[in-house]
Design a protein around this ligand. Structure first.
Ligand code: 13P
Length: 285
């Protein structure tokens, strides 16, 4: 296996900023889902960012297993690939992921009071930056579920622009996840992104902005958010849905057999979904 190193996510986001596009950050839970995104990125010459929460890592053998799984899938990739720890709530786990080989971590102190979020985020930044690792912070809460945290109710939880400015300046984060009306998981009611709030954040915040809850968000709204500074878009539910649906569709076909081709088919379904997102986020037809 060729020894590859994950790219710092910061560099990928810098590229996105220069090109005024966003790059998708796709969930991986297995070798096949990693391969799906790597094949998609390779075919479209598009950098790939992987997001893995600790629940995803558990499925791949912890942080080390995840690093090995993604490296193996990426062995022949010609595009930059970043491996990012998603929604981590502790300093200790961020450090473990970094030692295992991650190139980027998200420390999510968004459920904490403002000053505590700053203190925790800055502690991770101070350590990660000595090793060239990218750090994402979060301010404001996404409606829906993030692990054990369940947030209800819309606008009150969204990111405050002045707080965002202060947060970025005091912590030194490389990018900031903002809450502007998206939600994790499947939408029950259609989202209405708060683009005016995003514009106000973009005016005062110097770092690239991140949109979580990319699944199911109408593409015109997503592209409008990219025009106003969103440079990374997290997509999990749509990838997992493509995988689940592929099995159901296959089972309806005449002559269906339970065999390994099922997994090739699901990898290809995830790949097509990811290619579509990559094109949308780069405004390509
Ligand atoms: P979705 O599952 O809604 O795509 O959200 C993913 C996400 O934001 C992970 O951090």
């Amino acid at each position: 296996m060729k020894v590859m190193k994950f790219a710092p996510m910061k560099e990928i986001l810098k590229l996105a900023e220069e090109q005024k596009v966003a790059y998708g950050a796709f969930v991986t839970v297995s070798y096949e889902t990693a391969l799906a995104a790597i094949e998609a990125g390779s075919e479209l010459n598009c950098p790939v960012i992987f997001i893995t929460g600790t629940d995803c890592c558990d499925l791949m053998g912890g942080f080390e297993g995840t690093v090995e799984t993604v490296k193996r899938a990426a062995a022949n990739a010609q595009v930059p690939i970043a491996l990012h720890l998603d929604h981590c709530r502790t300093y200790e786990e961020c450090v473990q992921a970094i030692h295992a080989g991650y190139s980027s971590v998200m420390i999510d102190g968004s459920s904490l009071p403002f000053e505590e979020n700053i203190a925790l985020t800055k502690k991770v930044v101070d350590y990660a930056h000595t090793l060239g690792i990218t750090v994402e912070g979060e301010l404001g809460k996404l409606v829906g579920e993030e692990g054990n945290l369940v947030v209800k109710g819309p606008e009150g939880a969204q990111t405050d622009p002045q707080e965002a400015k202060e947060f970025v300046e005091r912590t030194g984060v490389d990018c900031l996840a903002v809450s502007i009306g998206t939600q994790h998981g499947h939408y029950i009611a259609a989202p209405q992104l708060n683009i005016e709030r995003l514009k106000a954040i973009q005016e005062v915040v110097e770092v690239p902005l991140v949109l979580h809850g990319g699944s199911g968000t109408p593409i015109d709204q997503v592209q409008e958010s990219i025009r106003h500074g969103i440079r990374k878009i997290n997509v999990a539910t749509d990838v997992l849905t493509a995988v689940a649906d592929s099995f159901e569709e296959l089972k309806k076909q005449p002559g269906f057999k339970y065999n390994t081709a099922m997994f090739v088919n699901s990898k290809n379904a995830a790949k097509e979904l990811i290619k579509g997102k990559m094109k949308d986020f780069r405004f390509e037809k």
